[in-house]
Write a protein that binds this ligand. Structure first.
Ligand SMILES: [Zn+2]
Length: 402
């Protein structure tokens, strides 16, 4: 075993040596040296697969830390983290911080990596402390630290803090890239910020602080006028407060923000209009919405109104006319349902069979999908777990063709 350990140790040493040499050559060619060649990583990975734990530890202790070997230590720590050996990664990175002789900006790099180790290990408090320190620094390091902090606050649902960091990151920054011009990858911070405010407003609403919720939502709409979620929630707040006209006003804004979300508002709109005894008014408005942005779910909502007011035959006629322009499985299902209600005998039995088939087909399609990454789900989430974007998940059954 001891001989085997020695062997792995020597191989590691050789690998690091080659990496260092390549890094130096790159430096001479005035290239970025922060990223090691992938071949070198592969080799290191391979060696780590066959090693015994003692070899790596011995290696860490043996390789002197100075500004020239620093990249190697950081890279080794990162590699260990990627392999899920977080404790060992923490030890490698911590080992670097114990060398105050290193230049300040290099120490900060080690700080950042250590924070990432802590995040991987779920030690979010410790990560937060390190990242807050780094936020006091300038440049891209600070921006990176802020993005990690936002991730932590989001997963911990610390909306107040998330709002503070995001506000500080405004304007023009994005959530992923290093760009300060707003052109980089990732979603605009301002979008995330509006959702943090909505999350906080939700908490306020649930704890009965209606005015605080209202203020947050108004502030959101002032800064991000296209925020559908804030309009929906403001409608909810006004409805809860008995301000039905205000609620209707807030909800109707969705028509110009993003008509794809109107179906989310129909239920609440119905309640408000019913309170005011103005159901006809809503039916007329919904019909207008359907005409300028066809959506099968809205069509269904209008068909319901028509059925209430004029009966099954009128509703069927309306639905059939709409389906001719914008065919949808859901619409067909609803049409069959209406016809079933008005038929008897063998015609009714045939329609029963059709209804089951169509229902089964529509049950197979997901109701919601993320515009950005395609993640699909049964219900509306404002935060996409797939791509970590806010407000990109939409009702695809409401689309013109589904
Ligand atoms: Zn997504």
């Amino acid at each position: 075993v001891a001989v085997n350990d020695l062997f792995v140790f020597l191989l590691l040493f050789a690998a690091i040596g080659i990496g260092w040499f390549l890094g130096r050559r790159q430096a001479q060619a005035k290239l970025q040296t922060a990223d090691f060649p992938s071949q070198y990583y592969r080799g290191l990975n391979y060696l780590l697969d066959g090693r015994s734990d003692g070899a790596v530890d011995a290696f860490i202790e043996a390789l002197e830390v100075n500004s020239e070997t620093l990249d190697t230590h950081i890279a080794l720590g990162n590699l260990l983290r990627k392999r899920g050996e977080v404790e060992r990664a923490i030890r490698v990175h911590q080992n670097l911080l114990a060398r105050p002789s290193l230049p300040r900006h290099r120490l900060h790099e080690a700080h950042l990596e250590l924070a990432r180790d802590y995040i991987s290990a779920g030690l979010l408090d410790r990560a937060e402390r390190l990242l807050l320190d780094l936020c006091g620094e300038a440049g891209s390091l600070r921006a990176t630290a802020q993005r990690h902090l936002l991730d932590i606050y989001r997963s911990e649902r610390e909306w107040q803090q998330a709002i503070a960091v995001a506000t500080d990151m405004l304007p023009r920054k994005t959530l992923l890239g290093n760009s300060t011009e707003g052109a980089g990858p990732g979603q605009a911070v301002s979008i995330a910020l509006s959702h943090f405010r909505c999350e906080l407003a939700r908490e306020k609403l649930e704890s009965g602080e209606i005015q605080a919720a209202r203020n947050l939502l108004r502030e959101t709409l002032q800064q991000e006028p296209g925020c559908v979620r804030a309009s929906l929630m403001l409608g909810e707040v006004e409805h809860v407060s008995g301000n039905y006209r205000q609620a209707i006003k807030a909800l109707r804004a969705i028509r110009r923000q993003d008509p794809g979300y109107l179906t989310e508002a129909v239920g609440l709109l119905r309640q408000c209009h019913a309170q005011l005894g103005e159901e006809v008014e809503l039916a007329r408005w919904l019909l207008e919405c359907v005409q300028d942005a066809p959506s099968s779910l809205l069509v269904l909502a209008v068909a319901e109104d028509v059925q209430q007011a004029e009966g099954i035959q009128a509703a069927s006629a309306f639905l059939a006319a709409q389906l001719a322009d914008n065919p949808s499985l859901w619409g067909v299902g609803r049409l069959i349902g209406l016809q079933r209600g008005a038929s008897q005998g063998s015609a009714r039995e045939d329609l029963d069979v059709l209804q089951i088939l169509v229902d089964r087909l529509s049950a197979q399609s997901p109701a919601y999908r993320c515009d950005h990454c395609g993640y699909s789900s049964r219900k509306l989430h404002w935060f996409c777990p797939g791509c970590k974007y806010w407000g990109t998940i939409k009702n695809i059954r409401g689309a013109a063709l589904d």
